[in-house]
Design a protein around this ligand. Structure first.
Ligand SMILES: Nc1ncnc2c1ncn2[C@@H]1O[C@H](COP(=O)(O)OP(=O)(O)OP(=O)(O)O)[C@@H](O)[C@H]1O
Length: 480
C-alpha cells in the first residue's frame, strides 16, 4: 500500500463533528466548532484500529459489531518521557465509510512488521516489591490485548529458571521475548539467549577470544525491580505503561553487553554495571535484607559508606582513552548508529593502575536511575561498544559522601571529583592485591574477584525508541 493513500471524512466524536484526514501515514483531525483544535497522530503511534461493539443487554449474548463506529487506540508521549494510552471514537451514518477506514488503517498497521505478534513473557514474582504479576496484569495485559499481541506468560519458580529455560527450550513459536522484573531478571533473559545461541552454533562461550553470537530475537523489559537501571536508561522512566508501549511499537536499539570471565570460564554477561568495592559490598549486604524491599539499598548503602573500606588492587585497561564529556545517549543517538571502528586497528596496549580503591565500576550504560539522574557514567552509550571504567580512590568518609551527593545531583557529573578517574575501553582486567570484596554484576553478586571483562557491541536487540532528550527550561517568576 502506498504512502499516498488519502482518506477524508467528517465523523462524529462525542456528538461533535470532526473532519478526519489520513495522509502520508498521519491521522489529522479538527473539530468544526470552537475551540477548533487540530490534532495529529502518526501511524507509528497507533496501537490498533478496531470496530466498536454494541453493549450487550445480557451476559450470555455474543457481542454485536456496531457497523457505524470504530475506535483508534493510540499512545501520546508526555513531556516527562512517559507514554499514555488514548483512544478516538469515530461514528458515521454510512457503514461503508467505517469499513473502508478500518480496513485501510489496519492494512497500514500490518505494514509495520517489526512489531511483535507472539511474545514470550517471563515474570519474576520475587524481584522489587514482589508485585511483578500485578504490574503485568494491570499495565501490560490490557495494552497487549488492544494491540493484538499474543502473550504467553511464564512465571519463574526459582532463580536462574528463566536463563535455563531459554538455553534449552524451543523459541520457534515466538518472535520476541520480554520480562517483568529488575535488572537481574533481564540479565537472566539475555544470558539465556546468548548461551542458547552459542549452544546452537557450537560456539565455546568460555573462550574470551571467540566473539559471542547475537541472539537476534528482540527483547523487552517491563520494570518490576528495585532500581530498574536498564529500563530507565532505555526509556527515560521506569513507568511500566511506557515500557509496554515501547514493546508494542516494536522499534528497537542495539544494546552492548559485557561478558565477564575468570581464568577459565565465562562467569556472566551484564548490561548495566560491574562494580567492585563499595557497590559489591552493598549488593552482598542488601541481599540478606531483601525483606526490606528497595529500602534495603539505602540501609546497606549507608552502612557500607560509614564502614569506608578500601581494597588494594590492580586494574589493567585495554587501549584506554579518556572519557570526553560530550553528547549523552538519547533517541536516534549518532554515536550508537555510527559504525566508526577506527580503534579496532589499534595495537593492543594495556595501561595498569594500582592503588587502594573505594569502588571500581565498569559501566556499560550511563546507569542513570531515579536516584541518580546522570548515573555513574553520564557519557556512556547504549550501543557504542565501549565500557566506561570508573575508578574511585579510597579516601575519607567525606569523600564518600561527596561521591553519593554528586551521584544524586542532576547538575553534577562524577568525573568532576578529584578522586575519580574514568577511562573508556573495550576490555579490562582486575586482580586484588590484599583483602577482597565482591563484584556486583547487574545487581547480582559474583564471588570471584580476579576477573576480565570484554564488551560486545550491540549484542542484544532491545525494544525501545531510546531515551528522549528533554531540554529543561528554567521558569522564572511570572513565567518570564
Ligand atoms: N522465582 C524466583 N525466586 C527467587 N528468585 C528469583 C526468581 N525469579 C528470578 N529470581 C532472581 O531474583 C533476583 C532479583 O530479581 P531482580 O533483579 O529482577 O529484582 P531486584 O533485585 O529487586 O531489581 P534490580 O535488579 O532492578 O535492583 C534475580 O537474581 C533473579 O535471578
Amino acid at each position: 500500500m502506498s504512502e499516498d493513500v488519502v482518506l477524508l471524512t467528517t465523523f462524529t466524536n462525542k456528538s461533535k463533528k470532526i473532519r478526519v484526514i489520513f495522509h502520508k501515514n498521519t491521522l489529522i483531525w479538527d473539530y468544526e466548532k470552537p475551540p477548533f483544535e487540530q490534532k495529529t497522530l502518526k501511524l507509528e503511534n497507533i496501537l490498533s484500529v478496531k470496530p466498536n461493539y454494541f453493549k450487550c443487554s445480557h451476559p450470555s449474548q455474543d457481542p454485536q459489531i456496531d457497523p457505524y463506529s470504530f475506535i483508534v487506540h493510540y499512545g501520546i508521549r508526555l513531556p516527562s518521557s512517559k507514554w499514555k494510552y488514548k483512544n478516538l471514537n469515530l461514528k458515521h451514518t454510512d457503514p461503508l465509510q467505517v469499513t473502508s477506514w478500518i480496513k485501510t488503517l489496519q492494512a497500514k498497521l500490518e505494514e509495520l512488521n517489526h512489531r511483535p505478534k507472539k511474545l514470550l513473557m517471563f515474570i519474576n514474582p520475587f524481584g522489587g516489591r514482589k508485585n511483578s504479576m500485578h504490574i503485568y496484569t494491570k499495565y501490560g495485559k490490557p495494552l497487549f490485548e488492544i494491540a493484538d499481541v499474543e502473550v504467553t506468560v511464564n512465571v519463574s519458580q526459582r532463580k536462574d529458571q528463566i536463563r535455563d529455560l531459554l538455553i534449552n527450550c524451543s523459541l520457534d513459536f515466538f518472535d520476541s521475548v520480554a520480562c517483568v522484573g529488575g535488572d537481574g531478571t533481564l540479565s537472566e533473559l539475555f544470558n539465556g539467549l546468548v548461551l542458547r545461541k552459542c549452544k546452537v552454533e557450537g560456539i565455546d562461550a568460555d573462550n574470551i577470544n571467540t566473539p559471542l553470537p547475537n541472539p537476534k530475537i528482540p527483547v523487552g523489559i517491563i520494570p518490576g525491580g528495585s532500581t530498574d537501571t536498564v529500563a530507565y536508561c532505555l526509556h527515560g522512566t521506569t513507568d511500566p505503561t511506557t515500557a509496554v508501549f515501547h514493546i508494542i511499537y516494536g522499534d528497537s536499539v542495539g544494546l552492548d553487553l559485557v561478558s565477564v570471565y575468570n581464568e577459565k570460564n565465562l562467569l556472566k554477561i551484564y548490561a548495566s554495571v560491574l562494580s567492585y568495592g563499595y557497590l559489591g559490598d552493598v549488593a552482598y549486604n542488601s541481599d540478606r535484607h531483601r525483606w526490606m524491599g528497595p529500602q534495603r539499598y539505602n540501609y546497606s548503602g549507608f552502612k557500607k559508606l560509614i564502614a569506608n573500606k578500601g581494597y588494594q588492587g590492580e586494574v589493567a585497561i585495554l587501549n584506554s582513552k579518556d572519557v570526553v564529556p560530550s553528547q549523552k545517549c538519547y533517541e536516534n543517538c549518532d554515536k550508537c548508529r555510527s559504525d566508526d571502528e577506527t580503534d579496532e586497528k589499534d595495537e593492543a596496549q594495556w595501561k595498569t593502575v594500582q592503588g587502594k580503591f573505594f569502588m571500581i565500576s565498569g559501566a556499560n550504560i550511563s546507569c542513570a536511575c531515579s536516584h541518580s539522574p546522570n548515573g555513574i557514567a553520564p557519557y556512556s552509550h547504549l550501543g557504542d561498544g565501549k565500557i566506561h571504567l570508573v575508578l574511585v580512590k579510597h579516601g575519607s568518609i567525606i569523600n564518600n559522601l561527596r561521591l553519593l551527593l554528586n551521584l544524586s545531583n542532576k547538575k553534577k557529573h562524577i568525573e568532576e571529583l578529584p578522586f575519580v578517574e574514568t577511562y573508556c575501553t573495550k576490555e579490562f582486567c582486575f586482580r586484588p592485591l590484599g583483602s577482597t570484596s565482591r563484584w556486583n554484576c547487574d545487581g547480582e553478586i559474583q564471588h570471584q574477584s580476579n576477573i576480565r571483562a570484554k564488551v560486545s557491541r550491540q549484542l542484544l536487540t532491545i525494544f525501545s525508541r531510546g531515551r528522549p532528550n528533554i531540554v529543561e527550561t528554567e521558569t522564572r517568576c511570572c513565567g518570564s
